[in-house]
Design a protein around this ligand. Structure first.
Ligand SMILES: Cc1cc2nc3c(=O)[nH]c(=O)nc-3n(C[C@H](O)[C@H](O)[C@H](O)COP(=O)(O)OP(=O)(O)OC[C@H]3O[C@@H](n4cnc5c(N)ncnc54)[C@H](O)[C@@H]3O)c2cc1C
Length: 650
């Protein structure tokens, strides 16, 4: 389209003072009135209000506008609003540009009205340059599979799978370990309601297995993964259990086997057999033979006869799904030998305390010894300071103050004295009640300085905890106790193979990271892949379940539709000028670029638009500029830079 035909409408928003308190909006309008193509230039109090939107629609019709710019808040808030507005006015929605003069200008430069006004003018000029070079675009329409893959069968994965199955979608739940439930069944009793972790899981599982649109694969892992939003292809490998019958049929025979291996379910506090079923109620009710640790296969065969089948081989299933929920959870922080006395007899972690209490049916004993005094040491493995190249956990693990308060309250009901050696107590929200309760019951709180952590020594059959108490002006205290509980935080679970396959990003804390914490809290940078539960951040059960339901509803919005529309901001190759340097293929993080044989031209690069995320990495490396991003071409970028750099006279 030639410049003469351009008819641009520009609307500069006051945002009720959010912008106009710091930017002279009228001056901005005056400054851009003379820009080539600008036919309408106005300031508006609230561009997003119905009346302003109607004004834009009327102007488009009355003045025959064919491009629109709104300069207001962040495009994340209202770009879609105004795209819809121009669409209602009869224009292609991509002939619109949204200049952010609030977050980028008025809020950022509250100290200089003149400077902010100048910057706003540059932003709006650049926006006008953009639309001058804009071409109509169409969203990409893609067929969708009505099925969702959920990776991880902890409570996050179980909740998400259940929610999804209730919408009528097909759900595939893939759990790496031989049993469902993740970490929750290891918890003796959980705040806020004191339920057993295993019971919470049992309720979810019993609901889930009733549903005929859910397939559950345990002892299974993702082996290959390809495709794009709406159309992912996945291969799942299911490892053999080698046992063919339910636990009850061979329970007595399993007892005859020697204890051989530290039991991971009990964090190594006990040993287990090579054939195991971790806890009463675990699903599925079929035990597993741990062949990697089995030194005497013949005895097993003799003992179990037909119940064991060593000929079982791994199976592979191929799935087609429209969306994926990753719910791979966390690991508890494992203290280093010697860290806060870890490794000494009588020093355990909070997860181990849960197992001790569960094994003792609520009664706390260690190696048969009665426990009278327990010291909880907080912030172990959380809020660490970086002092070397070594990886540290700078974040607060959030669940742990609450979990420790709750369990110490249960201990105090048994007459056990509790000491709380803390840096800060963070029982946020309603959980403050538990802190209150422990204080009222006589819990003793001692604040330590992170640079002078408590020391734990052995003294006879007791432990001696030495600490400098900041609450009593640095008094050195020595407290004899029977048990020290290290209140350990959560760390991101390491899943390098899965990360490599899915290519979703991790944040600085090494947990999976969402696209935007407020606006897209469960979406990853890969369209159609969502995150749920403690794989995203340290979370308690309530928070885990909420995020799982959020991820399920997001995945449902993709997969319940027959066709989804994708943004057209995708790379595109002009095969006539592509010299097949392959640089774009090498740099593309989404494997969206392939080589294609173009009729009459030969082999050149080609972009799979469904896989392309529009990041522009390929554009930057193409030596011939053959690859361009629709909606943000090099021509547009150059025009914008030039317009923004023009002299401003206020
Ligand atoms: C000591 C302790 C006490 C706690 N107390 C409380 C409490 O009182 N109240 C409360 O609300 N919360 C409590 N919590 C928090 C609670 O445990 C978590 O919120 C919850 O377990 C998170 O569930 P999840 O499903 O996200 O993760 P997880 O429980 O870790 O489950 C993740 C699942 O994904 C599977 N998985 C991992 N990788 C893969 C893969 N590549 N492929 C397939 N599957 C995979 C894992 O095997 C696991 O089954 C406590 C936590 C701890 C450690």
């Amino acid at each position: 389209m030639s410049e003469e035909e351009l008819r641009i409408g520009v609307y500069v928003c006051h945002c009720g003072g959010n912008i106009s308190d710091y930017v002279d909006v009228k001056k901005v309008v005056e400054a851009i009135k003379g820009e080539p193509g600008v036919v309408v230039a106005k300031d508006v109090m609230f561009a997003c209000s119905d009346s302003s939107q109607n004004e834009i629609i009327n102007d488009v019709k009355e003045h025959n506008l064919n491009r629109v710019v709104v300069a207001s808040c962040s495009p994340k808030l209202h770009e879609l609003t105004f795209r819809e507005t121009v669409k209602r006015a009869g224009l292609n929605p991509y002939l619109y540009y949204h200049a952010n003069i609030r977050e980028h200008v008025s809020w950022a430069h509250t100290d200089t009205r003149e400077g902010a006004t100048e910057k706003a003018i540059r932003h709006v000029r650049a926006a006008i340059a953009y639309v001058r070079n804009a071409k109509p675009l169409e969203p990409i329409r893609q067929k969708t599979m009505h099925a969702v893959l959920v990776i991880g069968g902890g409570i996050a994965g179980l909740r998400a799978a259940l929610d999804l199955s209730r919408t009528g979608l097909n759900v595939y739940l893939v759990e790496r370990s031989p049993f469902l439930g993740g970490r929750t069944p290891q918890l003796y009793r959980v705040y806020p309601d004191g339920r057993r972790g295993a019971d919470i899981v049992k309720d979810l599982v019993s609901e889930l297995i009733k549903r005929d649109n859910v397939a559950i694969y345990t002892n299974a892992e993702i082996k290959s993964f390809s495709g794009y939003i709406g159309n992912f292809e996945v291969e799942v490998e299911i490892k053999p259990r080698y046992i063919k019958v339910p636990y009850d049929e061979i329970k007595e025979k399993i007892k005859e086997l020697p204890d051989e291996i530290p039991d991971e379910f009990n964090y190594g506090l006990t040993k287990r057999k090579v054939i195991y079923y971790p806890y009463e109620g675990a699903f599925p009710r079929i035990p597993v033979l741990d062949l990697d640790h089995c030194s005497d296969v013949e005895t097993i065969k003799e003992l179990l006869g037909d119940a064991v089948d060593l000929e079982q081989k791994p199976e592979t299933v191929k799935l087609k799904v429209g969306a994926v929920i990753v719910a791979t959870g966390f690991d508890p922080y494992e203290p280093k030998e010697g860290e806060f006395g870890y490794g000494r007899q009588g020093v355990v972690t909070l997860p181990q305390l849960h197992r001790l209490m569960d094994l003792g049916n609520g009664e706390l004993k260690l190696n048969g010894r009665e426990i009278r005094d327990v010291a909880f040491v907080y912030c172990v493995g959380s809020r660490q300071k970086k002092s070397s190249e070594e990886e540290v956990n700078e974040y607060c693990s959030r669940y742990c103050c609450n979990a420790a308060m709750y369990i110490s309250s249960l201990l105090m009901e048994q007459g056990i004295r509790t000491y709380h050696i803390f840096r800060d107590i963070r029982t946020y929200g309603r959980h403050e009640r538990m802190y209150d309760e422990v204080s009222r019951k006589g819990g003793i709180f001692i604040k330590y300085n992170e640079d002078e952590p408590p020391e734990i020594e052995e003294e006879g059959d007791k432990l001696l905890l030495k600490v400098k108490d900041l609450l009593t002006a640095g008094e050195h205290l020595e407290i004899p106790v029977d048990l020290v509980v290290l209140v350990t935080g959560m760390v991101p679970r390491k899943t390098p193979e899965l990360d490599e396959l899915l290519r979703i990003s991790r944040g600085r804390d090494r947990f999976y990271v969402e696209v935007h914490p407020k606006l897209r809290p469960v979406e990853t940078s890969i369209g159609g892949i969502f995150i749920a539960g403690a794989c995203q951040a340290p979370r308690d059960i309530c928070e885990t379940l909420s995020s799982a339901s959020a991820a399920a509803s997001k995945a449902a919005t993709v997969t319940l539709r027959d066709v989804i529309e994708l943004e057209p901001f995708k790379a595109e190759v002009d095969p006539n000028i592509c010299d097949l340097s392959k640089k774009c293929i090498e740099i593309c993080p989404y494997e969206a670029i392939e080589i294609k044989n173009y009729e009459g031209i030969g082999e050149k690069a080609w972009v799979n638009k469904a896989k392309c995320m529009g990041c522009g990495a390929c554009v930057a490396v193409c030596p011939t500029e053959a690859i361009q991003l629709n909606g943000l071409t090099n021509e547009q970028i150059r025009a914008m830079i030039e317009a923004a750099g023009k002299e401003v006279i206020i």
